[in-house]
Ligand binder design. Structure first.
Ligand code: CTP
Ligand code: CA
Length: 227
């Protein structure tokens, strides 16, 4: 799998990509986050740029360097709500949306204005969480026929079955399922083993390869999907 093979295949296309994890504030100094490194989404952004696309990259919390590329515009966001606003704003102009971000499913019901202090006699703290908006689902509901939407599915069990449910419930054209279980999981790793799901076709399991290679193969596949 070589980078040169994708040169120009997405020229003139606009690709909107989310990467990294969202952060949901608890108080001014604390948040609920997740283990997403941003590596997969950033690798896709780089591959899309190599393919000649204009890339809008909406970034949550990441643990690697931001890409520096004249074709990639970066929008830094914190919470799921901020990410939703940015994606909703940028989606109408995009040919392809790829939701690689690890988005919080729940956020604290209330955000404390001041730092939460522990009391001497306090042994427990209860946080009430409320569901966030499903960005992928909400945005894909408004998808035009000329737009292609790709979601990810992070699973620790029943990978294909769970990912298939997400393909249908989220109005996505494609779901990239990856295991986040144990030491072979995708979080933080440079390697990924994914299964590609599309409506009306059998799931296709790709071999374990670097995230850069997954990104290149994905861009090759997406180029065949859009006019
Ligand atoms: N996603 C999203 N908004 C959310 C939650 C998830 O847009 N509030 C997107 C993710 O970016 C990913 C896809 O939905 O592309 C699947 O995310 P995942 O966490 O695997 O699935 P969920 O639908 O959140 O279900 P669960 O976590 O319960 O498995
Ligand atoms: Ca989730």
């Amino acid at each position: 799998i070589i980078k040169d093979s994708i040169t120009g295949i997405l020229r003139g296309k606009k690709v909107l990509i989310t990467a990294g994890g969202t952060r949901e504030a608890i108080d001014p100094v604390r948040f609920i986050g997740n283990r997403s490194s941003g590596k997969m989404g950033i690798a896709i952004a780089k591959a899309a740029a190599d393919a000649g696309a204009t890339v809008e990259l909406v970034l949550g919390q990441i643990s690697i360097a931001q890409p520096v590329n004249p074709q990639i515009s970066i929008y830094q966001v914190g919470s799921t709500e901020e990410m939703q606003k940015k994606v909703t704003e940028l989606f109408p102009a995009a040919d392809i949306l790829i939701m690689a971000a690890a988005v919080a499913d729940f956020r604290p019901a209330r955000v404390a204005n001041q730092k939460i202090k522990k009391q001497d006699d306090q042994e427990q703290l209860e946080l009430q969480l409320v569901k966030t908006t499903d960005i992928l689902k909400t945005v894909a509901e408004k998808k035009r026929a000329d737009q292609f939407v790709v979601g990810f599915a992070a699973e620790t069990a029943d990978l294909v079955q769970n990912a298939n449910k997400k393909l249908k419930s989220k109005n996505a054209d494609m779901i990239i399922a990856n295991s986040v279980a144990g030491n072979n999981g995708a979080f933080g790793s440079d390697l990924n083993q994914v299964t590609i799901l599309q409506l009306g076709t059998e799931p296709v399991q790709w071999s374990r390869m670097t995230k850069t290679e997954v990104a290149i193969k994905l861009i090759q596949l997406l180029a065949t999907k859009i006019k």
